[in-house]
Ligand binder design. Structure first.
Ligand code: UDP
Length: 459
C-alpha cells in the first residue's frame, strides 16, 4: 500500500518489482487520483509486468478534517486514515487471499486491516536506518524530553546510533503543538507492532546503525521487530522522451563528470531570493549544469501533491530567473521546467555532481550512479539525510547554514560547486561514492546482504 506522492510510490513500485522476480503475485494499492503524468508513468511501468496489478484508491475529501494550512504529514496521515474503509473493501474484493500486507510509513494506520484478514503485516520504511531508529525511539524521547526538541541544548541520544542535532529533527518534531507531531508519534507506535520492517538501505551504507538496531541489549526493550535492509531499490532508466533529446544531445558533448544536476525532488521549492542567489552562484562558478526549475514559493510544502505534471515545454521559467540568466548561460546550463528525467540524467557519464534536497530516493539514485552531492535539505527528514551524507558517509558538501532557514549566498554556492566539481575534496568524495555504488550493486548479488535479507524475510 503506497501513500500519495512520488517519493513514496517510486520505492514501493520498485519493491513490488523485486517481489515479482521472486515469483510472488503483487498487488499495489495506491491512494491517488492519478493526476500527474510522472505518477502515471510509474504506475504504467508496473502494470506492464506479469503477475501484478495496481488498484487505485481515490483520495477521500478531507477538507472538513484538516485546516487548509495543515502540514503535509498531517494531511497525508488523515488522508490515509480516511481511506481505510475503501482499502478494506478493496482487499475483500480481491479474487485471491493475500498472504502479507506491506504498508509504507503513512500506511501504518492500515496494519489493523491485516489483523482482520489474519495475515502478516510489514512496514516498508522507504528511507534509511537512522530515520527508522529515530522513529522507533520517538515514544521514549517523547517522555524523556520535556520541552521542544529544537530547544534542547544537547544532541538527542538514539541508542547505538549517531546522535541527532536538535536542528536536524524531522519536520513533525519541530513543534509538539502541531498535529503532525502526534500523527508521527502514532506512526512510530504502530511501526513497533509490525511483524517486520523493510528498509531501503543496505549493510555497507549504514553498518553501525543497522548493527545497533539488531543489538538486542540496546534495542530489545524498545522494539523487537526484525529489520530487513533490502536496498538500494531504485528505478531503472527509461527510454528518453522525444522532447528531451536536445538535453541528452547536449549532455553527450560534455566532458565526463563535468555537469552538476540540480533538483529538489517532488515537493521542494525555493524562495524568490534563494532562486536568484542559486542562479547567480551557478553563473559565478562557471560550471556546467542542468537545473529542474519550479516557480518560487513561500512555503516548502507547496507542490507536494501536484508536481510531475509538466508538459515540459520549458516555457515561463524566465520570469522567475534573474534577467538575462538564460542568455548568459546558454551552452553552459540547461533549464528543465517542473520535472526532469532524473534517473536518466544521473546515469549519464557527463554528470559529476548533484545538488539535491536530500530526499532519500534522490540520494540512492545518486549513489548508485557514483555521483557525489551538494546537500541542500528543505523539509521532512532531509536535514538528517544531509548530515548522514556530509558527516558519516562523507560524500556531500553542505552549506554552512540550513537552506530554507537562511539564504545561501551566491559566493558560498560558487565555493561549494568548486569544492565538489574541481577540488581534491570533491575527488575524494567521488572515490567514496563509487565504492558505495559497488557495494550497493553487491548487496543484490545472489549472496549479497539485501538479497539474503529479503530471502530470510520471505522464508
Ligand atoms: N524525480 C524525478 N524528476 C524530478 C524530480 C524528482 O524523476 O524532476 C524523482 C526522483 O528521481 C525520485 C523521486 O522523484 O525518485 C523523488 O523522491 P525523493 O525521495 O528524492 O524526494 P521527495 O520527492 O520524496 O521529497
Amino acid at each position: 500500500l503506497s501513500s500519495p506522492g512520488l517519493g513514496h510510490l517510486i520505492p514501493v513500485v520498485e519493491l513490488g518489482k523485486c517481489l515479482l522476480t521472486l515469483n510472488f503475485k503483487v498487488t499495489i494499492f495506491v491512494v491517488s487520483s492519478r493526476t500527474s503524468a510522472a505518477e502515471s508513468q510509474v504506475i504504467e511501468s508496473f502494470i506492464s509486468l506479469n503477475r501484478c496489478e495496481v488498484i487505485l484508491l481515490p483520495p477521500p475529501d478531507i477538507s472538513h478534517l484538516v485546516k487548509p494550512d495543515a502540514a503535509v504529514v498531517t494531511r497525508l496521515a488523515v488522508l490515509m486514515r480516511e481511506t481505510r474503509p475503501a482499502f478494506s473493501s478493496a482487499l475483500s474484493a480481491l479474487s485471491f487471499a493475500p498472504t502479507v500486507l506491506i504498508v509504507d510509513l503513512f500506511g501504518c494506520e492500515h496494519m489493523e486491516v491485516a489483523d482482520e484478514f489474519k495475515i502478516q503485516k510489514l512496514v516498508y520504511i522507504t528511507m534509511n536506518a537512522w530515520f527508522l531508529a529515530l522513529t522507533l525511539y520517538l515514544p521514549i524521547l517523547h517522555e524523556s524530553v520535556k520541552g521542544e526538541y529544537v530547544d534542547e541544548k544537547n544532541v538527542l541520544f538514539i541508542p547505538g546510533c549517531k546522535p541527532l542535532l536538535p536542528e536536524d529533527v524531522v519536520d513533525p518534531m519541530l513543534s509538539r503543538s502541531d498535529q503532525q507531531y502526534w500523527e508521527y508519534l502514532n506512526m512510530a507506535i504502530k511501526t513497533r507492532m509490525a511483524d517486520g520492517i523493510l528498509l531501503n538501505t543496505w549493510e555497507e551504507l549504514e553498518p553501525t546503525t543497522l548493527a545497533a538496531l539488531r543489538d538486542h541489549k540496546l534495542w530489545g526493550g524498545i522494539s523487537k521487530v526484525p529489520v530487513y535492509p533490502v536496498g538500494p531499490l531504485v528505478p531503472p532508466t527509461r527510454p528518453i522522451n522525444s522532447n528531451k533529446t536536445e538535453l541528452f544531445d547536449w549532455l553527450e558533448k560534455q566532458p565526463s563528470e563535468s555537469v552538476l544536476y540540480i533538483s529538489f525532488g517532488s515537493g521542494g521549492l525555493l524562495s524568490n531570493e534563494q532562486m536568484r542567489e542559486l542562479a547567480l552562484g551557478l553563473e559565478l562558478s562557471q560550471q556546467k549544469f542542468i537545473w529542474v526549475v519550479r516557480p518560487p514559493a513561500e512555503s516548502n510544502d507547496g507542490s507536494f501533491f501536484t508536481t510531475g505534471n509538466s508538459s515540459n515545454d520549458d516555457e515561463g521559467v524566465e520570469s522567475y530567473l534573474p534577467e538575462g540568466f538564460l542568455d548568459r548561460t546558454k551552452g553552459v546550463g540547461f533549464i528543465i521546467s517542473d520535472w526532469g528525467p532524473q534517473v536518466e540524467i544521473l546515469r549519464h557519464e557527463s554528470v559529476g555532481g548533484f545538488l539535491s534536497h536530500c530526499g532519500w530516493n534522490s540520494i540512492l539514485e545518486s549513489i548508485i550512479n557514483g555521483v557525489p552531492l551538494i546537500a541542500w535539505p528543505l523539509y521532512a527528514e532531509q536535514r538528517m539525510n544531509a548530515t548522514l551524507l556530509a558527516e558519516e558517509v562523507r560524500i556531500a558538501v553542505r552549506p554552512k547554514t540550513l537552506p530554507g532557514r537562511e539564504i545561501v549566498g551566491r559566493e558560498e554556492i560558487k565555493m561549494m560547486l568548486k569544492t565538489l566539481m574541481v577540488d581534491e575534496e570533491g575527488h575524494a568524495m567521488r572515490g567514496r561514492v563509487k565504492e558505495l555504488k559497488s557495494s550497493g550493486e553487491r548487496a543484490w548479488n545472489d549472496d549479497g546482504s539485501s538479497a539474503k535479507a529479503l530471502a530470510h524475510l520471505l522464508r
